[in-house]
Design a protein around this ligand. Structure first.
Ligand code: IPD
Length: 278
C-alpha cells in the first residue's frame, strides 16, 4: 500500500526535470493567443507541456484524475474529487515566457480525498533550474537542500511578494494598487512581483521573502507552492483570514501567523468567480 504517495512524487519530479522543452522553446518563435483578457496569454508551449505531462502520468497511473490550466481553458470543469488528482500548470508565468522575462515554472500538485494540505507539490523554476518540492510531514526542499521560511513576525521588516494579475477592470486594478499602497505605507521593507505566482510563493519558503498574497490567481498556480510554504514552516490562509481554500482565488502565504493576520487586515479582495463554480 502506497500511503504516502512517495512513488508518485518521485515520478512527478523526474517527469518535471525531463521536460526540457520549456527551456528549448524559450528561444523559439512563439504563437501567442489571448484567453480571458488582453493580458491573459497562452502559447503552443503551454498546451504542449500540459499534454506531455498528462499523457506521461496517465500512462503510469491510468485511474488518476487531472485539473490542468489549459484543459480547463478548453472547457473542462474544475472538480476536486476524492480520487488521486494531479493539478497542473504547464507554464506559470506565460507572459514572462512570451517576453523572455526569466521566471517561468511548471507547477504540479497532487491531492487525494480533497485534502486541504495535499500529499505533495512540485514547482520547477525552469530558467533558474531550481526544483522546489515538499511532501506532507517531510519538509520542503530546493535542489535537495531543506527550506525554511524566515519566521519573521514583524510586518514592518517584511519583503512582501504579490502579483499585478491579469485582470484589467477598474475594480480589480484599484483594489490591487491600493493594497500595495497600504502595505508600503505601514511601511514594509519592499513589495516585489516576479510574474509567476508559483515562484513568488516559493520565495516565502526560502526565506527570501516573508510573505506573499494574491487575489485572482487559480488553483493550479498555487496548489503546489502552498504545500512547499507550509512544509518550510510558513502558514497559508485566505485573504479574509479564513482557512486556505485553493479554489477561492485568494491566498496569503507568510513566514508567521502574525504576519499573515496583519496582511489580511490590511488588504481587500475584489470579487472573483471560484475555480470550482460551474
Ligand atoms: C499567471 C501567473 C501570474 C498571475 C496570474 C496567473 P499563468 O499564471 O501566475 O503571476 O498574476 O494571476 O494567472 O497564466 O502564467 O499560468
Amino acid at each position: 500500500i502506497m500511503s504516502d504517495w512517495t512513488e508518485c512524487l518521485k515520478f512527478g519530479i523526474n517527469l518535471t526535470k525531463q521536460t526540457s522543452e520549456v527551456r528549448e522553446l524559450l528561444t523559439n518563435q512563439l504563437q501567442v493567443h489571448l484567453k480571458s483578457s488582453q493580458a491573459d496569454l497562452v502559447t503552443e508551449t503551454d498546451l504542449r507541456v500540459e499534454t506531455i505531462l498528462k499523457s506521461a502520468i496517465r500512462d503510469k497511473y491510468p485511474v488518476h484524475r487531472f485539473i490542468g490550466e489549459e484543459s480547463v481553458a478548453a472547457g473542462e470543469c474544475v472538480e476536486l474529487t476524492d480520487s488521486p488528482t494531479w493539478i497542473i500548470d504547464p507554464i506559470d508565468g506565460t507572459a514572462n515566457f512570451v517576453h523572455r522575462f526569466p521566471f517561468v515554472a511548471i507547477s504540479i500538485a497532487f491531492t487525494v480525498n480533497k485534502q486541504v494540505k495535499a500529499p505533495f507539490g512540485i514547482v520547477y523554476s525552469c530558467v533558474e533550474d531550481k526544483l522546489f518540492y515538499a511532501q506532507k510531514g517531510r519538509g520542503a526542499f530546493l535542489n535537495g537542500e531543506p527550506l525554511n521560511a524566515s519566521g519573521q513576525e514583524d510586518i514592518s521588516r517584511c519583503v512582501v511578494v504579490t502579483e499585478i494579475g491579469a485582470e484589467r477592470d477598474d475594480l480589480a486594478l484599484s483594489t490591487m494598487t491600493s493594497n500595495i499602497f497600504r502595505l508600503l505605507r505601514i511601511p514594509v521593507h519592499g513589495v516585489r512581483a516576479l510574474g509567476t505566482a508559483a515562484v513568488d510563493m516559493c520565495q516565502v519558503a526560502t526565506g527570501g521573502a516573508d510573505a506573499y498574497y494574491h487575489i485572482g490567481m487559480h488553483c493550479w498556480d498555487i496548489a503546489a507552492s502552498s504545500i512547499i510554504v507550509q512544509e518550510a514552516g510558513g502558514v497559508v490562509m485566505d485573504t479574509d483570514g479564513s482557512p486556505f481554500d485553493m479554489m477561492s482565488r485568494r491566498v496569503i502565504a507568510a513566514s508567521s501567523t502574525a504576519v499573515a493576520n496583519r496582511i489580511s487586515q490590511v488588504i481587500q479582495a475584489f470579487p472573483c468567480r471560484r475555480d470550482d463554480e460551474d
